[in-house]
Design a protein around this ligand. Structure first.
Ligand code: 13P
Ligand code: SF4
Length: 304
């Protein structure tokens, strides 16, 4: 719990700065953020910034998206080393080689990808809109990366296209921790609970879900559902948010040790330091900015 004195200081320091935070951030950061959401919601929020600074509490690809959308503003991160390990799994040269092998394929990349590779994509997507975005491209063949589990989820829903995962086995190390046994045990312990699973989980875990959702879709599902209990198959940070927003419901983490170390690099101390000092500026290579912006804009137009 943050004291009144701390909250007052944050309010003062925040006068010229918008704080955007992903659902996996620590509860204190979520509490003071102007907007908390999933990757898609954060991109949309980044389109409506009316202050000169954005302090982005998430990982590299999210902050870079905010910087692309706000070239005239300063985007900061509590820790510039918060690099999503999945985003690093698709180097641009691997994608370029795949494009040469499949010249007739569209390239749809998960937003969890480094900008250099995103500059090679036709369009990007998030976990919230991947099915819609892939369905929208005219090509029958689609190169999709880096998450092979999300690719599997998309293929399950888009039957008339061939989805080619690139690399073959890209994954999120945090979501890989969820196992079939966790779902089986959780269902036994909480037979009335709805099971919500993120599409970064493996196919065998996804197959046991009641609903496959992005983090923000999980929040929406809880709002709409008449169930009183939920088993949450994603990083633990979202469970904090759900417990705060829905005190009358019960939430059980599918596996409480599923913690994204990169998201948790943004500690309260580093957050406050950037609010005060504003040194950790996110910089975009001008050589790729235009093309990376194009693939991002296409997604935002399609999911408006
Ligand atoms: P969401 O867009 O569903 O929040 O997912 C982002 C992410 O990195 C999940 O690991
Ligand atoms: Fe990257 Fe996985 Fe962490 Fe999301 S949870 S930021 S995909 S490592």
């Amino acid at each position: 719990m943050l004291t009144d004195e701390v909250l007052r200081e944050v309010r003062e320091l925040k006068q010229d700065c918008i704080v955007l935070a992903h659902n996996y951030q620590i509860p204190e950061i979520q509490e003071v953020a102007d907007f908390v959401g999933d990757s898609l919601g954060l991109c949309r929020a980044a389109q409506r910034i009316d202050k000169p600074y954005i302090l982005f509490c998430g990982v590299d690809f999210m902050a870079e998206s905010a910087a692309l959308l706000n070239p005239d503003k300063t985007v900061l991160m509590p820790d510039l080393e918060a690099h999503c390990p999945m985003a690093a799994q698709l180097p641009a040269e691997v994608l370029r080689r795949a494009k040469e092998e499949h010249p007739d394929a569209a390239v749809v990349l998960y937003i969890n990808t480094r900008l250099e590779a995103r500059a090679e994509a036709d369009i990007i997507c998030t976990s919230a809109n991947a099915v819609k975005i892939v369905s929208s491209v005219p090509e029958k063949k689609v190169l999709f990366g880096p998450d092979a589990n999300l690719a599997w989820h998309v293929q399950r829903h888009v039957r008339d296209k061939q989805i080619i995962p690139v690399p073959e086995k890209g994954h999120c190390i945090t979501h890989l921790l969820f196992k079939r046994e966790h779902v089986e045990r959780a269902r036994e312990e909480h037979p009335e609970a709805e099971v919500l699973i993120h599409p970064e989980c493996t196919p065998e875990v996804q197959l046991l879900a009641d609903h496959i959702c992005s983090t923000e879709q999980m929040v929406r599902r809880v709002k709409e559902s008449s169930a009183k209990e939920f088993i949450i198959g994603t990083e633990i940070g979202l469970v904090h948010r759900l417990r705060r927003e829905f005190p009358d419901r019960r939430f059980y983490p599918l596996y409480e040790r599923a913690i994204c170390r990169t998201m948790k690099m943004n500690t309260w101390e580093k957050f406050m330091q950037q609010l005060r000092e504003r040194k950790n500026v996110v910089r975009i290579d001008p050589g790729i900015a235009e093309r990376a912006m194009l693939s991002l804009q296409r997604m935002l137009e399609l999911s408006a």
